[in-house]
Write a protein of this length. Structure first.
Lengths: 141, 75
């Protein structure tokens, strides 16, 4: 049974005696910074394994969705604050996401509790009728 | 959704909120002190915001966020 969380013997092979916290649920990206034609809808899921978080999310406009120049913060309200990586001020609370919009794949960054578009040439998402899809994994404190 | 947990994280008093959906699963979201709370927000969240989101906290967060976004090429 080793390696199976919450089963007899699940601590086998794990250093120390701490059980990994496991949690899963939903989160809902907010409409901040998106250019939406029609009505905005969004959804997402998260899984927490100890201090690691894995999220997936999607955002859509009923007609289409994109981002334009000047939009910096998008999809706020991550389910967990990104970890500080030992930074006293927490300024290092950074993580990266991969996003897909139509045929485009982009790598962007998130800081603290928000996802951003503009950094190191991430650029904007072109108009998509299917939506924009995100995945990201990050550590928490 | 039913409020299940409020965790206050970072020096800028972000709220990490866990709720239980009508289907029994978890839903999470975060609120920052620059947010405007919805009229139908949980009363416990409103009370905690009233208590912790002081003008000093809001000002510090606005400055900190603006500095970060300028540094990273945002607006």
């Amino acid at each position: 049974m080793s390696g199976i969380i919450n089963s007899p013997g699940s601590k086998s092979g794990i250093i120390g005696t701490t059980e990994l916290d496991y949690e899963e649920g939903n989160w809902t990206p907010s409409n901040s910074g998106f250019d939406v034609t029609g009505s905005f809808t969004s959804g997402g899921q998260y899984k927490r394994f100890g201090k690691m978080i894995l999220i997936t999310a999607w955002v859509r406009g009923s007609t289409n969705i994109a981002t334009s120049g000047g939009a910096s913060t998008i999809g706020g309200s991550l389910p967990f604050m990104i970890g500080g990586g030992g930074s006293a001020s927490g300024a290092n609370r950074l993580a990266h996401y991969v996003a897909q919009s139509g045929a485009e794949t982009k790598i962007g960054y998130a800081w603290r509790n928000n996802i951003y578009t503009t950094y190191a040439g991430t650029g904007n998402f072109a108009v998509s009728t299917d939506g924009i899809f995100f995945t990201m994994q990050y550590a928490i404190d | 959704m039913k409020l299940n947990k409020i965790e206050v994280v970072t020096e800028h008093k972000h709220f990490q909120i866990r709720e239980i959906t009508d289907e029994g699963g978890y839903h999470r979201r975060m609120l920052q002190c620059s947010d405007t709370l919805a009229d139908d927000e949980h009363q416990e969240v409103k009370d905690k915001a009233e208590e912790l989101w002081t003008d000093e906290v809001k000002s510090a967060w606005t400055t900190f966020q603006a500095e970060h976004e300028a540094k990273m090429g945002g607006v």
